[in-house]
Each structure stands twice: as C-alpha cells, then as structure tokens.
Design a protein around this ligand. Structure first.
Ligand SMILES: [Fe+2]
Ligand SMILES: [Fe+2]
Length: 187
C-alpha cells in the first residue's frame, strides 16, 4: 500500500515542480468528485498525485518500460508512446511498489478512458480533464456537468477529447472509442 505521504515523496523525487502542481490540483479535484459521487476520497487523492508519475519519460523509455512490464502496445500507442502509455506504465511500476489495484487501474486509464470504468476511475479521468489549471474550449461544459452527474461529465469529456484528436488527424485508441460509444448509448 502507498499512502498520500508516500505518494508526495514519490512525485517529489520524479516530477518537475510544474507537473507536481498539476498533480496536486488533480488530486484535490478527484477527491472532491469522489466525495460527491461515492468513491473513496483518499484513494482518489493518491490517484491524482501519482497519475502522471511516468509522464516525463521519453518515448523510448516508455516503450522499454511497457516491454518490461509486458504491457500490450497497440498501433496507435506505438505512434505516440509517452502520451498514450504513461498511465499504464505508471500503474505497472507503482503496482510493483505496492499501490492498491483500484488506484493503479484508475491511473492506467486516466488518459484514454475505457468501457466499464469504476467511479474512482471516472473521478480521476474527469479531474485530470478539468482541474483549475486547464483552459480550452468545452471545458466549462464539463465542469458544469461534473457538479451534478459524473457520467454526463465523462461523456462530454470523451466527446471533446475525440473531436480534438480527430480534428488534428490523430489516431484514436479503441478504449477511448469504446468509452464514447458506452457513454452515448441510445444516440
Ligand atoms: Fe496524464
Ligand atoms: Fe495529468
């Protein structure tokens, strides 16, 4: 088990100050969402602190870590390894260091999302999307939705993410598309 104090020490060793500040804002936001929607706030805070633990690895280091931990690397992830795989790699590394499985799962899916997410996973996904340091079109909609419905916030967040990726001509991983289809069922 890794507690909040240990999580702070881990990111102090690894992450530059700017990313630590982002991580703390995500931790606070995720804990608040967890309180509102029925997940464990402490677990959400730890997930927030650690979610970008491997964000500053290079593409080569990320792929090497993925291979070391036996993680699947799909064709889209192979094109943008550090961006798409920093969550799964962090989850694997921190699991080996004793992180709880539910927190590791949230970290693994924080970038792409995926179908069948737990409340804790949704809290981290939405918190990373709309922490107060972020600013981009559509964000206020997600923030407003997150006051009343976690699922509505996830649906809007994945839709905005996919529109942005497609607008840039980038690939979409199947997990993100599955989350989009799940959250827009009936449409
Ligand atoms: Fe991230
Ligand atoms: Fe992040």
């Amino acid at each position: 088990m890794i507690d909040r104090a240990q999580a702070e020490l881990l990111i102090a060793e690894r992450l530059p100050e700017k990313r630590r500040e982002h991580s703390r804002r995500v931790a606070a936001e995720a804990a608040e969402l967890a309180r509102r929607f029925g997940a464990a706030p402490e677990a959400a805070a730890i997930a927030g602190l650690l979610h970008d633990y491997c964000r500053d690895l290079s593409d080569a280091e990320t792929l090497a870590a993925a291979a070391r931990y036996g993680l699947a690397v799909g064709p889209i992830a192979a094109r943008r390894p550090k961006h798409i795989l920093h969550g799964p790699v962090a989850a694997a590394e921190l699991s080996a260091a004793g992180l709880d499985a539910d927190i590791a799962a949230a970290i693994a899916r924080h970038t792409t999302g995926g179908p069948g997410m737990t409340i804790l996973e949704k809290c981290l996904y939405v918190a990373d999307f709309c922490e107060p340091g972020r600013a981009f079109p559509g964000l206020d909609e997600v923030r407003a939705l997150a006051r009343a419905s976690l699922d509505a916030a996830v649906a809007a967040a994945v839709r905005i993410s996919l529109l942005d990726l497609i607008g840039r001509g980038r690939g979409v991983v199947p997990e993100a598309l599955a989350l989009y289809n799940e959250t827009h069922a009936g449409n």
